[in-house]
Design a protein around this ligand. Structure first.
Ligand code: NAD
Length: 351
């Protein structure tokens, strides 16, 4: 047996339907008196609900979060926080809004409570990202962890089915890569398998618009667990490829993860038998990669990079960039393997 290390991250988590009502208690708990509520423009309505729950504690709303956290959006949010003399934030939304709260925490040191409304899982990780001059920089810093996370499955009832599907597949990718990460542990393996099972069972119900409270709770619980896996381990080929594709070609984050997931599963899992077995158990099927591909198809998620607008001529640069720096992966990646994989992903050709 290898030596393993596991470091728990210090977030308080409140989970359950209706837990939005507990938000004031949570901001009081960390001593916030003047809270700025962050959201995207599309979730302004949620920000207003959140401000109403916070009552006098809310001193402002800033609904300018955008995907990939462009630096000017951080400048703007930090300026608003200073103007209203905020002593903390509530980030109400998906990875884009939580990413903004992280950047504000890094820039001006404001603590925040996360109220996630998608399955991206950013609230469980010390990873921050910032986009400047069309390049996304990322880093790890515990200063960007939320002081508390309030997971209220009711808030996911408005997620469009298409967003839920790709966001859920994005979460499953975190767990799959954690299962073969060099810094994995029994804690991570247990969270990953349960997280994949939760999401794989709930997502088809949500996609079929038969969503019920149980499916929403199960999907959000899966997102919590998969996000915690992401926060605890080093990711491999799947996340590297998605980062390069997203950054170089400006592709949508979760959709890119959805396309790449079954292909990387087919490539990596034969070299990681324990991870392979865990994913098969979680999907309750004979083949992990086929199971993930079937799940994506059932959910109506994109199945090829061509559907996201990627052209054949763009792949060479993606290959070069992906291979330019070493990273952890259970199977060595040769140039010709990556060329073949990307061509299959682009065309949607499945084995
Ligand atoms: P998102 O936050 O960009 O949200 C997608 C869209 O859905 C937005 O328009 C948003 O307003 C809308 N939306 C979100 N929740 C909704 C709801 N409940 N009802 C109705 N509409 C809703 O997407 P995402 O997939 O959550 O996050 C993607 C971003 O998160 C990427 O930039 C990615 O890099 C980042 N991310 C970071 C980490 C990390 O560890 N740092 C982890 C995962 C993702």
């Amino acid at each position: 047996m290898n030596v393993v290390a596991y470091e728990a991250l210090p977030m308080r988590v409140v989970f359950g339907p209706g837990s939005l009502a507990r938000l004031g208690e949570e901001t009081d708990r960390i001593g916030l008196r003047r809270v700025l509520v962050l959201s995207t423009p599309g979730q302004r309505g949620l920000a207003e609900r959140v401000a109403a729950v916070l009552g006098d504690r809310a001193v402002g709303m800033h609904d300018r979060a955008r995907r990939h956290v462009p630096v000017p959006t951080v400048d703007e949010a930090a300026k608003t926080a200073t103007e209203v003399a905020a002593d903390g934030c509530v980030a109400a939304g998906g990875g884009s809004t939580i990413g903004l709260a992280k950047a504000v925490a890094l820039r001006v040191g404001l603590p925040y409570v996360a109220l996630p409304t998608t399955y991206a899982g950013s609230e469980m990780t010390p990873v921050w990202g910032l986009t400047e001059n069309a390049r996304k920089r990322t880093g790890r810093d515990r200063a960007v962890l939320p002081a508390a996370v309030v997971y209220d499955p009711d808030l996911t009832s408005t997620v469009p089915a298409a967003v839920a599907a790709v966001s859920g597949l994005n979460a499953i990718a975190h767990a799959m890569e954690a299962l073969y990460a060099p810094d994995g542990s029994p804690v991570v393996a247990a969270m990953a398998e349960r997280g994949i099972r939760d999401l794989a069972s709930a997502l088809p119900t949500l996609a079929a618009a038969e969503a019920d409270d149980a499916a929403r709770a199960s999907a959000l619980e899966g997102a919590w667990l998969c996000g915690a896996c992401l926060g605890a381990t080093t990711m491999g080929l799947h996340h590297k490829l998605c980062h390069v594709l997203g950054g170089m070609l400006d592709l949508p984050h979760a959709e890119t993860h959805a396309v790449v997931l079954p292909y990387v599963a087919a490539f990596n899992l034969p070299a990681a038998p324990d991870a392979d077995a865990a994913v098969r158990r979680a999907l309750d099927g004979p083949d992990a990669a086929d199971g993930l591909r079937d799940l994506a198809a059932r959910l109506g998620a994109p199945l090829s990079l061509a559907e996201l607008g990627v052209e054949r001529s763009q792949l060479d640069l993606v290959v070069e960039e992906t291979l330019s720096a070493p990273y952890a992966n259970p199977r060595p990646i040769r140039h010709e393997d990556l060329v073949r994989l990307l061509e299959e992903m682009r065309s949607g050709c499945w084995r």
